[in-house]
Write a protein that binds this ligand. Structure first.
Ligand SMILES: Cc1ncc(COP(=O)(O)O)c(C=O)c1O
Length: 366
């Protein structure tokens, strides 16, 4: 999509290309985050540009543990938090720690395609389990997919690509379907982005064995800065899991989370972008698409809308859309054909100007 986008922009002019394909926040980080960054730079503490303990700065880990204790009710301590290079770093660290070659990891289809590479990075095998009619986890299917080699299940709510938020009832049922020692890796970079008052349950408080992979990439719109954490609840994995993750954080090639951003999130751990702006764009897009005849339900969270394509061949429909200057990602890329992912990171004004193109594409396809 990236290459097609560059080509289309050359041919038609950038203002005539409507790029719904990329999940890169288009908003700027909150002012309080930039102020914290300025403060850290101005203070220029001695030694603040050097290596730190591999798990991260102790004061930052303590601050995050406090935030988690307040939010989840789980008694996290500083020793349960490991600062990472985003959620991607957190997931790779834990997979490196728990997988032996040939071990299996369950993902719920459709899923963020990079999970496959993260799992295979560490010799693991992907086991994709289909979700239900509304992309909800189906505990019986998950239970049937568990084998003696199953080590983990990656859970992502709010979900990329579907925008679905799993309910507490669904998570409790999933917990019952997972035998020891299957570990749930709860990937939550979109946690602050929920709409219409949707409540996001705390996976670490619900599952018997869950770790939290967190990122400020989307929460603070700092995806290029590479900052997040892995939180392991007390009682999960013991010190060996923590030690393995700390070691993995050191040896996977990126070596510790960036120092300056650890300081910043230590000051402003709860700052988030305005979810209301995404919600307004969601309403504009989904209402307009539905009025045209698309099956385009409003997402409950994340910044993705996942409509059905009007024809079963999503790749063919994406080509029709690209003739209209609209770039979207086919559902096949996430393991579910017949759908397309539209990212709400596009500007509101571009959504408005893209609507005639969606109408033309629908007419041409049907
Ligand atoms: C579901 C999901 N998990 C993880 C990531 C990686 O995020 P990070 O930038 O925190 O590594 C992304 C990024 O798009 C994502 O959508």
């Amino acid at each position: 999509m990236f290459e097609i986008g560059i080509q289309l922009k050359k041919e038609r002019g950038a203002e005539n290309v409507f790029d719904y394909s990329i999940g890169n926040p288009e908003v700027e980080p909150p002012e309080t985050v930039i102020a914290a960054l300025r403060r850290v730079v101005a203070e220029n503490r001695v030694g603040s540009h050097g290596y730190m303990p591999n798990a991260g700065y102790p004061h930052v880990r303590e601050r995050i543990a406090g935030v988690l204790r307040d939010r989840t009710g789980v008694p996290f301590g500083a020793g349960d938090v490991l600062m990472t290079t985003g959620a991607a770093g957190a997931i790779n660290v834990v997979l490196k720690s728990i997988l032996d070659p040939g071990d299996e990891v369950i993902v719920l289809n459709p899923y963020f395609p990079e999970y496959r590479f993260y799992i295979e990075n560490h010799g693991g095998k992907v086991v994709a389990v289909e979700t239900g009619e509304r992309f909800e986890p189906v505990p019986e299917r998950v239970a049937a997919a568990v084998t003696p080699r199953t080590r983990a299940l990656i859970l992502n709510s709010p979900n990329n690509p579907t925008g679905v938020v799993y309910s507490e009832t669904q998570l409790r049922a999933l917990n019952r379907a997972l035998p020891d020692p299957v570990l749930v890796i709860s990937d939550e970079p979109y946690r602050p982005l929920t709409y219409d008052g949707a409540v996001l349950p705390e996976a670490v408080a619900i599952f018997d064995r869950a770790v939290l992979a967190w990122s400020w990439s989307k929460a603070m719109a700092v995806s290029g800065e590479r900052i997040g954490y892995l939180a392991i609840p007390p009682g999960v994995g013991g010190q060996p899991l923590r030690d393995a993750c700390i070691m993995a954080n050191r040896i996977l090639g990126y070596i510790n989370a960036p120092a300056i951003w650890q300081w910043v999130v230590g000051i402003e751990p709860n700052a988030t972008v305005d979810a209301g702006a995404y919600q307004a764009k969601r309403d504009l897009l989904c209402d307009a698409l539905q009025a045209m005849g698309y099956d385009a339900p409003r997402c409950q969270g994340s910044f993705y809308v996942f409509p059905r394509t009007p024809i079963a061949d999503d790749i063919a429909f994406i080509r029709i859309l690209s003739d209209e200057g609209i770039l979207a990602v086919p559902g096949a890329g996430f393991g579910r054909s017949g759908y397309m992912r539209l990212s709400l990171t596009i500007a509101r004004e571009a959504i408005e100007r893209s609507l005639p193109g969606f109408r033309c594409a629908l007419e041409r396809a049907c």
